[in-house]
Write a protein that binds this ligand. Structure first.
Ligand code: FES
Length: 91
C-alpha cells in the first residue's frame, strides 16, 4: 500500500493540486490500483516556496509536481514502489 498525499493548501491549490488529484484518480481507476493506493489531500506541507505542487508519497516529500509531469512521477515513484513492495499479484 502506498499513500499519496497531495497538498491542497492555498499555494499548491493555485498551482494545480486538484488537477493532480483528478489525474491520480483516473490513473488509479485505469490501472485498477484501488486496493494498493490511498489518495489523500493534505494541508500545507511547508514547501510553498518551491516550484509546483507538493506531493507526499509515503514519507517522501516531492515538490515541483505539476499536472504536466504527474503521470511521469506516478510511473517513476509510485508504480515502482508498488513493484518493490512485492504487492504485485501476491495478494
Ligand atoms: S500550500 Fe502546498 S506546500 Fe504549502
Amino acid at each position: 500500500m502506498v499513500t499519496i498525499s497531495v497538498c491542497v493548501g492555498s499555494s499548491c491549490h493555485l498551482k494545480g493540486a486538484y488537477e493532480i488529484i483528478e489525474i491520480c484518480e483516473e490513473l488509479i481507476e485505469k490501472l485498477k490500483l484501488k486496493d494498493q493506493i490511498e489518495l489523500k489531500g493534505n494541508f500545507c506541507l511547508g514547501r510553498c516556496t518551491e516550484e509546483g505542487v507538493t506531493v507526499m508519497v509515503d514519507d517522501e516529500i516531492l515538490s515541483g509536481v505539476s499536472p504536466q509531469n504527474f503521470r511521469e512521477i506516478f510511473q517513476e515513484k509510485i508504480l515502482k514502489k508498488l513493484g518493490e513492495d512485492g504487492t504485485d499479484g501476491s495478494n
